[in-house]
Design a binder for this molecule. Sequence first.
Ligand code: ZN
Length: 113
Amino acid sequence: MGPPKKRKPAGQGELREVEIQSSNGDTSTERKLSRQARWRQRNPIAAWCHSATASAIRRGIIERQPCEVCGDPKTDAHHPEWKTPLFCQWLCRKHHKAAERELKLSLKCEAVS
Ligand SMILES: [Zn+2]
């Protein structure tokens, strides 16, 4: 068993939303979209990563898993590295946030040392 092969997404013509279940209290779809669009502009690699992940799920290359920490079936793909969309952790909203926070801390530590 080796590491999974990195695959480039076949077609970039149609960038569809990543199939992540968001169940936050965001009521304004318009505001949510524009915020997401801004985020995509700021983080093109992350946006590509999410599209690649959604595509990989659709093609059966990867499978959505329950949260690694608490087993919650509602999960997001958490990417420690956006450049490798196939390497993701499945985390529920709560633990995804915690992981992002930890990632930022560890990046900070790396920058210091
Ligand atoms: Zn969890």
